[in-house]
Write a protein that binds this ligand. Structure first.
Ligand code: ZN
Length: 71
């Protein structure tokens, strides 16, 4: 199953959006997960199962910040 989901988390999809973007941000939680394409701002709703199947990489909020901090 999915890890814990929070608003603002980023997801990378296996297939790129028609706009060419693969990075999405979580904007809505519930039975369905709302995602907005970071490249074209297109909004979609996916069931958790569908999201789990389509995503390649889960990037919790601040993950990249944590990884690049050197203190
Ligand atoms: Zn897009």
């Amino acid at each position: 199953m999915l890890p814990e989901i929070n608003i603002g988390d980023h997801v990378e999809m296996r297939k790129p959006h028609p706009c060419g973007g693969t990075r999405w941000v979580v904007v809505r939680l519930g039975a369905d997960i709302g995602l907005v394409c970071l490249t074209c701002q297109h909004r979609i709703l996916l069931s958790r199962r569908e999201l789990n199947r389509r995503m390649k990489l889960w990037l919790a909020k601040d993950t990249e910040v944590e990884q690049t901090r050197h203190d």
